[in-house]
Ligand binder design. Structure first.
Ligand SMILES: [Zn+2]
Length: 395
């Protein structure tokens, strides 16, 4: 038997309305919240080196990994042999792993959901695969992330009330099974991310519950009640930003966030644009992840304090200004829009790398500014001016 310390602690340091600025302590470092977590689906945040993520420019304290992708490739055995995901990828800061529930839903072909779990065809090679709460917990223990997510079932944004209820109830039962299996694995010492030699940092993994229920506010409320009854280290809102109207997303967040336990972190999964992040913080959310800064960066789109800049546009061909004159990242300090456009037009891989760097800097810096404005009491003003500026054209 292994002694288990509290896996994480969370302290709220300042508030402004519903917005919270806090400190989330994990065995791999302290994370200031609200926090944006870059997505490292397959063990890599696409287009950027780990050194850059750790650099002062970005200073990402936590990144995401994904159970579904890592389980299919390279497979659990490879990661176990390396001594866990941190060692395998060469990242010693905090990791959060998604359970695979969402990816089975969005990528797995010919999905067949049963009480036991989900059978599906791998998007990699078409082979038949089966993922369940127990298997997801085993994989996430082998990955050794600081924060583990329950295995959930995601209903589509336009699901009928009956389908959404079935899905929400199944997620609640799977949450119970996730909790039980997770506890067993922690006691068995299956968590490969433990740091045995550091007495102050040898907590186990934390487990977060996920609130589902599609667009139905009553189902969302019930889902949250069931999650809180089971008891988790933090709570997430899942199943948003999956094709529903933006207004539905805000309705759900407005309904759920105020009811979420105040002393634990609140995580909005897979959202969103810089505006969404700031608006969600105003509604009491603490944690975010999204592929937008990396994916859009690879496609030539930059997020700036004055709106979006698409480097493909001919209007930048002779523009010697940086992407964002108010950004202090290394890309904006060194390169012009004209050069970035040239890289993109000639298909140079550096185009995606530089835009990804700037976009991540922008998202992470936005969160830093949000935190400072909550501390200083200026958050309402920051929010108003930020949203206003982001509506501009990027010029
Ligand atoms: Zn920049």
């Amino acid at each position: 038997m292994v002694e288990i310390k509290p896996p994480i602690t969370f302290e709220i340091e300042a508030t402004s309305g519903k917005a919270r600025a806090g400190l989330l302590k994990t065995r791999r470092g302290v994370i200031e919240t609200p926090v944006f977590m870059p997505v490292g689906t397959a063990g890599t945040v696409k287009g950027i080196r780990f050194e850059e993520l750790e650099s002062k420019d970005l200073d990402a304290r936590i990144i995401l990994g994904n159970t579904y992708h890592l389980w299919l490739r390279p497979g659990v055995e490879t990661i176990k042999l390396s001594g866990g995901l941190h060692r395998f990828i060469g990242w010693d800061r905090a990791l959060l792993t998604d359970s695979g529930g969402f990816q089975v839903w969005s990528l797995g072909a010919l999905r067949k959901i049963s009480e036991e779990g989900t059978a599906f065809r791998s998007h990699v090679d078409g082979s038949l695969q089966f993922l369940s709460p127990e298997i997801s917990m085993e994989v996430q223990a082998a990955l050794g992330s600081e924060i583990v997510m329950i295995f959930d079932e995601c209903a589509p944004g336009d699901a009928s009330a009956a389908d959404a209820r079935r899905s929400m109830e199944l997620t609640a039962r799977w949450a119970n099974r996730s909790r039980a299996k997770f506890a067993d694995l922690q006691l068995q010492g299956a968590d490969s991310g433990r740091k045995e030699n550091q007495a102050d940092l040898n907590g186990g993994q934390a487990l977060f519950g996920i609130v589902q229920g599609a667009a139905y506010r009553d189902l969302r409320r019930e889902s949250l009640e069931r999650m809180v009854e089971i008891g988790f280290d933090g709570y997430a809102i899942g199943g948003l930003s999956v094709g529903e109207e933006k207004s539905v997303m805000w309705e759900v967040i407005d309904e759920v966030a105020p009811l979420m336990p105040t002393r634990q972190p609140r995580y909005l999964m897979g959202v969103g644009t810089p505006e969404d992040l700031v608006e969600s913080v105003a509604r009491g959310i603490d944690m975010f992840d999204c592929v937008l800064p990396t994916r859009n960066g690879r496609n030539g789109q930059a997020f700036t304090a004055r709106g979006r800049v698409n480097v493909k546009n001919a209007q930048w061909a002779h523009d010697m200004r940086p992407l964002d004159e108010s950004c202090e990242c290394s890309v904006c300090r060194r390169h012009s829009r004209a050069f970035l456009r040239h890289l993109h037009q000639t298909g140079e891989m550096l185009a995606g790398i530089l835009l990804t760097h700037h976009n991540l800097a922008f998202f992470l810096d936005t969160m830093r500014r949000v935190r400072h404005s909550i501390w200083s009491g200026d958050f309402p003003k920051f929010r108003r001016e930020f949203i206003e500026r982001m509506r501009a054209s990027g010029e």
